[in-house]
Ligand binder design. Sequence first.
Ligand code: MN
Length: 296
Amino acid sequence: MKLASFNDFRIGVASNGQIFDVTGHVPTGLDAIPQQRMSWLIEHWSEEARTEIEQTIAQSSGRPIDGVQLLAPVPSPAHVFAAPANYQKHIGELQERAVTKKGRSAREQGFFLKAPGSIIGAGQAISLPKGSERRFDHESELAVIIGKHGRNIPRKDALDYVFGYSCLMDLTMRIEPDTGEEERSMRKSFASFTPIGPWIVTPDEVGNAGELANRLYVNGELRQGANTRDLIVGIEELIELISSVLPLQPGDIIATGTPEGVGPITAGDRVKIDIERVGEMTLPVVEADAVAPRPY
Ligand code: MN
């Protein structure tokens, strides 16, 4: 099943170019905080819930998905965890702009955080700081969406805690050596710097998430092409690692890391991410309307 958030945080199921509104399956009490609807649905997911939603779809007519605005499928997660240096060929390619010490991967480094407020969906635009001369890069990543509360989850049980998968771009303002060595969390947390979508795909439709082609294109040109089989720290170990530090919550997002080929994007570009059996989305890159009081 492909679950999406659209328009004013309504819940939809995507199927064959259509979207079916299943917002009626979450309590009306959430109308006051609609950005929490998907997190609630994930936390209360069950085979019964899925069957009821399938019955709703069978009895209703969808509408073209192109006619709605897709938002981040989980618009307001508690956490966005991200793995640094998790593909061997990416390590080293940033040279003096890299944060990770030579030879260190996510296994030694652990994880970092992106601000949940940096999340957008497939129907929105990537916005770069106005007038900036800094370098802003794309990173093409498989996102794991957590389904259950969990602490100290052993690797062998980790996939039981996965609700589904999504495409994620970990957009980044690069370090300028000696002039701009801002913290990684800040450089990756500008508003719109975490596009995720176009939906969450449940594991039954994905199969082995440790073997998925992951591609990113800028203006139609392939920039990144890799496979999740080359992850240094796989999905199960990432869940073990993060949950050893703090509890995972339903709706939490884990960005599994970027392969090689990261490079700059500028206003006017169109960036497409395509992950096998998960989905694809294309976002425009624009420049922010106004220069920030502290410009970058
Ligand atoms: Mn990344």
